[in-house]
Design a protein around this ligand. Sequence first.
Ligand code: F6R
Length: 612
Amino acid sequence: MCGIIGFAGREQAAPILLDGLARMEYRGYDSAGIAVRSEAKGLQVKKAKGRLQVLSDLTHGGADLEGTLGIGHTRWATHGEPNDINAHPHVSENGRIALVHNGIIENYLEIKEQLQRHGVKFTSDTDSEVVAQLLEFHYNECHNMLEAVGRVLRRIQGSYAFGIICSDYPNALIAARKDSPLILGYGENGNYIASDVTAIIKHTRDVVYMEDGEIAVVTAENIDVFDSEMNPLEKKHSQVDWDVSAAEKGGYAHFMFKEIMEQPEAVRKTLSPRVRDGRVVLDDVKLTAEYVKNISRIFIIACGSSYHVGMVSKYSWERLLRRPVQVDLASEFRYSDPLVDENTLVIVISQSGETLDTMAAMREAKSRGARTLAVVNVVGSSIAREADDVLYTWAGPEIAVATTKAYTTQLVLMDLIGLYLADLLGTVEKSEYDAILAEMQVLPEKMRRLLEHFEDVQYFASRYFNHNSIFFIGRNLDYAMGLEGSLKLKEISYIHSEAYASGELKHGTISLIEPGTLVVALGTYAALFDKAMSNVVEVKARGAEVLAVTTETFKEKMEKTADSTIVVPDTHPILQPSLGVVPLQLFAYYVALQRGCDIDKPRNLAKSVTVE
Ligand code: F6R
């Protein structure tokens, strides 16, 4: 989604802003812009619809805009179509104030009408321009920028991260946040603001996470942070341990492929510090055994692929914990008057830690007394900071919009948590506990071996990429895994695809199977393999072409019936989806490649969905 960067320093700002925006391209955007202030020229603003390259060409890589203070933005349209005018920064009517904004101002229409009654003229359709104009209005009253910002924040409702510069203030930019991430970065050549740490990691790892309601004044020498009453605050600094190279392609054609290949290492990083002397050790969680014993119900709440992780966990956790586990889409849960109380454990899964619906669902659960445990990848993100407990997946930065390594690390972390809770509850046999842990230790190696055969999947992709509609079928954990396989395929290749629990086929979907329809049949779940085979026979009898995914154990049987078979290593059943999903990711990748799609930045999608 939208990205913000700001710089106040001792170097030319524009190239830094453009570079920071480029590093946030993965978040998804449809237009971009920068504003730079210089003594000679005052505020200079350049905006352009489309790829960042257009903006870069327009400004000769930033060389045309002189000045060491500036803000930049990549926009993902919400209010008003993507075009040059609606792109940020927005400038107030007298041209003195420029502002970039992430989030949504809910009462913007009312404010706009009020300002129009005072004769203010608007140029864009955006809610963000309203804030720029309101700032000018208050600044004209009080002649103090910080005071004007305070007045505006008291007036607006909704979510925001702002970066603001004013031509009367040659050295300072102002930042403010509520429900939208914003980070302050302390660099050698100046200081930064950014909505995403990847934008500034090249320049600094020394950061401060802004909290809701805070305002910061950033100059080349200093950053002052205030609370909403303008009281100065002492903020805790954090060190970002992500490496710059982790956010670069490093010779791979696409981030998605690189991230698929990084999975063994990412899974190892997530697992190994948490398994010690044959036990799961979750040092970071404060759940007591007594609390866990009183849990009557568990909710798992998430969106998209993170929700699919929840679907996998429902099957494995109910098996391990013998407690009801309900998986809800965050966007549904938050408005469902949910039945949660202090005996409900709510697990929130979010790669970015910023997904608005997931955040709102978590707040809803907390307000009803539930304890929340968040599984998050981005350290210091909003969900991570608000949850009662947080466990990080150590996947490193994930740049491709379609998640891969964040998904698999979520899966294995959920397996660990499930095992940990089952142990506290006494619902898992020691032999089963030991068997799962032993298999977890060798999972990264099995994944690595599996990835060595990526070319097999490439071959199948070249055989099937022309299909226009593809079905994924499976039972139990295979069904949950199929949901993710299907999403991966449709989001990056734009092929229509659906995932079904195989047993449901006969209740409607089978009418869509006709000669030549491609069915991806998932048969890795040993306990129901024979049933999975029956469904393969069933769709074959109706003319379907079947691409199967199965384990070494069932390879021979499957090969007799399916048209094509991909084989993954055997492991403990609850870990099987972590291996089974890998060829599905590769299949989606190669199909999209064959179809010439923009793999890392699929149309209409954003990496971090910070609006409803
Ligand atoms: C799909 C994908 C999305 C995210 C969803 C939730 O590849 O990445 O479906 O899983 O937008 O995002 P997070 O996990 O950041 O809350």
